[in-house]
Ligand binder design. Structure first.
Ligand code: NAP
Length: 482
């Protein structure tokens, strides 16, 4: 099946931080792919903006190098020179006065104008202020902002206030790239486009939900940044929270940005405070390679590179169905999945129930995006009535006849949504604040208790105590594997 490509309207996209890591790795390659796919009109313009002194030709060269580095099959270089023809550059310091008049002259008023703030959040206010002062933005412009959106409720509120000074909420696109993943959007399609699941989608039929985002890498070169953040702030408050919301929310009345985000917000507001005994934090130990403390060069660090939490939602649909969340670095495999374990049938007609297991619906976000439903069947053969499990397994790539390379990267989809003016997959200001309002007391709680993360061996599934979090409830984590 070939996915349909509907071109967006011509646009001017200014990337503040156009020389940065995110621009090189994600934004520019994503735009190139959309250009080659025919979605980005050739009369659009991409204008890099950063302090580095460079002219247009220099930046085009810079972009070409980034594409060569981050798009493995660029050798064919399809459309590369046409794409580079859309690229421009203006040297600008977010906190200075030079370059703004030039930028004003290079952006057009009669096309969609979007401004990607791919810089440190501390610069958002300066950028918003100067764009406004120089008349570069108006009520139809859009701004895209990256994570981290604050490090607690107070800083998130400040950022919201800074942006609100010059932009209406309908102009602000807060990126959570998890929401741009194909399978994450499929969560909504699976839930709300099929009658099959929705009647069972509640605590009467679902025993518990596990959300796992496991990485094999350590904190790498981001040590000092990561150490100020940790798994709760870096992953749970945003990405895992978004996944939880999409699983737990009520059906929105329409697939409309505010209708969807209203429902997600209700879930966040219904989250119970997390009890101390329902939190396990860990740090990876040294094992041939440096451990967490060496990686962040802070022997006294209490920041977690792993966290597991039991989260409960106090509403009619979910009371009694815990959501277990876990994420960490240097774990056994790189995998992200949501596993929904259904309750046992109310009565079994099979004696002894040998081989019996619950139905589990697993939605794999990566690798190999797809779904898998564990169902019980009769074990073949004349040996009596014994049960065995079989997976109803669907890889989206196989089912849709696409190779992994054909599935657009999250950034490609999200940037095109910005141009289309569709905010459904972006976090609204109140949603981000509600997520921090839930996360803050959890973090403050362990800080007040002087909690120390448990060490765990790299290549495992995390600290032993995390196993107990489920054992205690008579449940087990799913194995972390690719
Ligand atoms: P980075 O590699 O440090 O790049 C920062 C960019 O900002 C550079 O282009 C830099 O260029 C520019 N810059 C710095 N100070 C400036 C100023 N005063 N005025 C104008 N431009 C300025 O950072 P990054 O990794 O690309 O991250 C950018 C943003 O995305 C951050 O908010 C980060 O948290 C977020 N993010 C990044 C990733 C990722 O994978 N990299 C993932 C998620 C979120 P000059 O030095 O030339 O000015």
């Amino acid at each position: 099946m070939v996915s349909r490509v509907i071109p967006v309207d011509p646009f001017d996209l200014v990337i503040f931080g156009g020389t940065g890591d995110l621009a090189r790795r994600k934004i520019l390659p994503g735009l190139y792919r959309r250009f080659v796919a025919g979605q980005m009109p050739a009369d659009s313009r991409i204008i890099g903006a950063a302090r580095s002194e460079m002219d247009q030709a220099g930046y085009r060269q810079f972009v070409a190098e980034a594409l060569r580095e981050f798009i493995p099959d660029l050798r064919r270089a399809e459309g590369l020179s046409d794409f580079l023809g859309t690229i421009d550059y203006v040297a600008i310091d977010a906190q200075g006065d030079g370059g703004w008049a030039e930028l004003a002259g290079r952006t057009r008023k009669d096309v969609v104008r979007a401004f990607y703030f791919s810089v440190a959040p501390a610069l958002f206010g300066d950028l918003a202020e100067r764009l406004h002062q120089h008349g570069i933005t108006d009520a139809s412009s859009r701004v895209v902002v990256e994570k981290p959106f604050g490090r607690d409720l107070a800083t998130a509120r400040d950022l919201n206030a800074v942006l609100a000074r010059h932009f209406d909420e309908t102009q602000i696109y807060r990126i959570d790239h998890y929401l741009g993943k194909e399978t994450v959007q499929n969560l909504m399609a699976v839930r709300f486009a099929n009658i099959l699941f929705e009647p069972l989608w509640n605590s009467q039929f679902i025993d518990h939900v596990q959300i796992t985002v496991a990485e094999t890498v350590g904190v790498g070169g981001r040590g000092s940044y990561y150490d100020r953040s940790g798994a709760m702030r870096d992953m749970v408050q945003n990405h895992l929270m978004q996944l939880l919301c999409l699983i737990a929310m009520e059906p929105p009345y329409r697939f409309d940005p505010d209708a969807v985000r209203d429902e997600k917000l209700k879930v966040i507001r219904a989250l119970d405070p997390v009890r101390p005994e329902d939190i396990v934090r860990g740090q990876y130990l040294a094992n041939g390679q440096p451990g967490y403390l060496e990686d962040v060069e802070n022997p006294a660090s209490r920041t977690e590179s792993y966290i597991a939490l039991k989260v409960c939602i106090s509403n009619w649909r979910w009371k009694g169905t815990p959501f277990y969340l876990r994420t960490g670095k240097r774990l056994r495999a790189r995998t992200s999945e949501i596993a929904i374990t259904f309750r046992e049938p109310p009565h079994s007609i099979f004696e002894g129930e040998e081989g019996w297991k619950e139905n589990v619906l697993v939605i794999r976000l990566q690798p190999n995006e797809g779904m898998n439903l564990r169902v019980m069947i009769k074990e073949p053969g004349p040996g009596g009535m014994r049960l065995t499990e079989v997976p109803l397994d669907m890889s989206f790539a196989d089912a849709l006849g696409e190779t992994g390379a054909d599935i657009p990267d999250a950034y490609e989809r999200l940037i095109m949504d910005v141009i289309r003016g569709n905010q459904t997959l972006f976090m609204r200001g109140d949603e981000v604040e509600a997520a921090w309002a839930w996360a803050d007391p959890v973090i403050e709680g362990w800080e007040a208790r002087d909690d120390r993360p448990r060490g765990y061996d790299p290549g495992t599934s995390g600290p032993e105590d995390a196993l107990m979090l489920l054992h205690r409830d008579g449940r087990r984590w799913r194995e972390i594997r690719e």
